[in-house]
Design a protein around this ligand. Structure first.
Ligand SMILES: [Ca+2]
Length: 329
């Protein structure tokens, strides 16, 4: 890489489960933050309560990383620290730094403010879950003993229309976004699945299904015949190679599952393990959720008090932070 720019970006990503959510670690040890009145000086502050019309000072912080980037554009020579105050920073697109945003030999440090935790989130906070209406059709979809635990929210009403998609990702395949994921108090929740904590196993692979499907020994899949977007996640031949496979059809009489291309990668093998996911019919334990993509309704069994929880859905399908054509020294 051409050494035309020295950029030090101190961002430690602690990924929770995928590319959508990260925390910026407090990595400002040794720095002597100065409260400055002019954002062209070397310390810039951003706060969730800030305003991009502010000066970017500790007392009058910016609100966004994009505004901070603008402020440093014409800086010449001085090292710059960008402090994010405690809180959440939802991004609707990648935060991109490139040689065009910086001056030559100007190291940049992006960090949470000492003693605080800043979270850069590629998603949106969700409020307004309600219990299921006992008179509704939804209520009847769940077993009587659990239906009062299920909460629902309309994501379309919240301005969210693109939910992404589940994809045939896994071993040996290109990295792909995983589709919308639900986070509860910073932890990814479980897309409704069966079995809940264990695995099912392939009963057999008849010659006629080789590479494309298998038989099972359970009455459970008979519940899934109307599921619109049913997936399996499995270790189909080796315990080090897993892929996600979309189900094409289920024959509950013949106890057969047929899957879609590109199938499983390493072929389906008798006795190997998998679970089924993305099933409203299997939302039956705390922490599970399901999204009706057609209606935009998200169903969730909260693992603990929802009232005081932070709930986000991931939306961004590109990296949170991208650094282009720079040199890390
Ligand atoms: Ca379940």
């Amino acid at each position: 890489m051409k050494k035309n720019l020295s950029l030090l970006l101190v961002v430690q990503m602690l990924f929770s489960s995928n590319i959508y959510s990260s925390k910026i670690a407090n990595n400002a040890e040794g720095l002597k933050p100065t409260v400055v009145g002019n954002p062209t000086e070397n310390v810039i502050f951003i706060s969730p309560n800030g305003n991009d019309g502010n000066a970017g000072t500790k007392r009058h912080p910016f609100a966004t990383l994009e505004r901070a980037k603008q402020a440093i554009k014409n800086n010449v020579g001085e090292p710059i620290t960008i402090y994010l105050r405690e809180g959440y920073y939802p991004l609707e697109k990648s935060f991109v730094l490139s040689k065009n945003d910086l001056s030559e030999a100007t190291p940049i440090q992006v960090s949470s403010y000492p003693g605080e935790r800043a979270h850069i989130i590629g998603g949106k906070e969700i409020h307004g879950f309600t219990a299921l209406d006992p008179q509704s059709e939804d209520y009847k979809k769940f077993e009587a003993e659990i239906r009062d635990n299920i909460m629902v929210v309309d994501l379309i009403e919240k301005g969210i229309a693109d939910f992404g998609n589940l994809s045939a990702r896994g071993f040996g395949r290109d990295i792909q976004p995983s589709g919308l994921t639900l986070y509860f108090n910073e932890k990814p929740m479980t897309l409704a699945r069966w079995p809940n904590n264990d695995w099912a196993t392939i009963d057999n692979v008849p010659e006629s299904l080789e590479g494309k499907g298998f038989t099972y020994d359970s009455n459970r899949p008979a519940k899934w015949l109307n599921a619109p977007d049913l997936w399996l996640h499995g270790y189909w031949k080796y315990d080090w190679s897993d892929t996600y496979v979309k189900v094409a059809s289920i024959d509950s009489a013949g106890k057969t599952i047929l899957t879609e291309e590109p199938y499983s990668g390493y072929p389906f093998t008798k006795g190997k393990r998998f679970y089924a996911l993305n099933l409203l019919e299997e939302l039956d334990s705390p922490g599970e959720w399901y999204l009706d993509r057609e209606k935009g309704k998200l169903y969730f069994w909260p693992p603990s008090d929802l009232q005081n929880a932070k709930v986000f859905v991931s939306l961004l399908q590109e990296p949170l932070v991208r650094i282009e054509d720079v040199n890390n020294t």
